[in-house]
Design a protein around this ligand. Sequence first.
Ligand code: VG1
Ligand code: CO
Length: 552
Amino acid sequence: TTTTTVATTPFDGQKPGTSGLRKRVVVFQKEHYTENFIQAIFTAMPAPGAQGATIVVGGDGRYYMRDVVQKIIRIGAANGIARFIVGQDGILSTPAASALIRKREADGGIILTASHNPGGPNADFGIKYNTRNGGPAPESVTDAIYAATRTITEYHQVTLDAPVDLTTLGCQHFAGFDVEIVDSVTDYVELTKSIFDFDLIRRFRQQSPDFSLLFDALNGVTGPYGRRIFVDELGFPESALDQCTPLEDFGGCHPDPNLTYADKLVARVEREKVALGAASDGDGDRNMVLSHDWFVTPSDSVAVIAHYATECIPYFQRQGLRGLARSMPTSCAIDRVAAAKGLEIFEVPTGWKFFGNLMDAGRLSICGEESFGTGSDHIREKDGIWAIVAWLNILAHVNQTQPAASVRSIMRDFYQTYGRNYFTRYDYEEVDADGAAQMINDLRAKGNDLVGQTINGFTVAAVNDFEYTDPIDHSVSRNQGLRVIFEDSSRIIFRLSGTGSEGATVRIYIERFDPVEFDIDAQVALKPLVDAALEVSQLSKYTGRNEPTVIT
Ligand code: VG1
Ligand code: CO
């Protein structure tokens, strides 16, 4: 092989967001655009750097992914990478990639996905760098990558006679580096089996023929993982799977597991009276759990899993619970579980990267985000399939003493113990970026003037910009969401998304605690606060929008 050096100039806007760099495919296809970013990753790789390093490479199978795997191998090899561990056909779900980095003690990994954003030639692509703990790079590393994109003048690549074969399992030797193609699913399935009580779930399934599961991969990467776990291992019928073949464009759908974009699943769960309906996103780190008579909001889901963890999930029975955590906008349901169990609870900014240090320090076991992200310290990414199997494990367990246990009965028991934190999120997607920024700035400027005022019946107790100091490395992250907190502990939070590829997305998070009333529809329970949010922010004036794009 020969190495060539290609002259290039920087592109604007290659700053990784909440979860890597996400842009339209056509942007990544611009000459040198993708190569520049890949070179910047290798330039910025944490010490001791790329020379001699092993990296994991894979992604969610979306359009353009396989081309980029080839680019990573060529550029990585020229930068001294000694070994590439690649999922077969380039396929690795985000949690499987995290697991593989850890299992193989790789120096890092590159995950090719724009997660829940649509795929295809006219849709989105993304590149994310994970560090040796298997988690998303912390801001110190993403800042270094961004700095490298600002000053780049050349990139290096090896010349190969033909594209590397990504389909044949096993090791291929090249001059100076190796490429190892691994089965995309096996290691992940083994890990999942070591965490949960598969025997208990199998017995539950056999004893409860009326219990039905419907798993919808939304044509994303988790199809093969779901098939192996739900059908091959746990014995559910093939009919428990829907949209489980990964497609480059996700069948034209938005692979985002929520009530809006997973509408096919929602309709089938209602019509077919499904006991546990579940979906995950394009890259497999998100999950949604529902039944024909209940939708489990993600803030509740993680709290329920934490509540039952040491009662029935072998991994936590062995390790115990070290601590719990949530992203700031996530509801405080999990805080109540932490208080009841005498555990530490952490509130971190939005984005999974903030959980990693706490896990590495042995202070965090289970955590979640309201954005359909749930997980634990078994890896360093959120894990959609993990959360779904956790619910199966809990249902099987509770069913031993309450034979008619259901998603709904588990939620009712939970609310009876802890009360209910009603939660909803309104998203206004692809609005004018200047208007959105202006709205946040004006709200911030009003800040303390609002304290003591009553908005639609709620009296403001505090207004602040969330700022986080990492308890382990003491790094500080500022401006992580503007919070309006009311005297009755209700909260409204305003944030701009860091994962969009066009314009800006405004997110409004709304929460209210009710110790006694559990059965109100969340939209009804929260309507007065939603109105207060729209009033205090003047959202429609700044964005021209009267209705959200998505409500979760
Ligand atoms: C969103 C979610 C955040 C999540 C992130 C990545 O970020 O709000 O909770 O961690 O997506 O998820 P933002 O900045 O758009 O609000 V994934 O499944 O896209 O990796
Ligand atoms: Co995702």
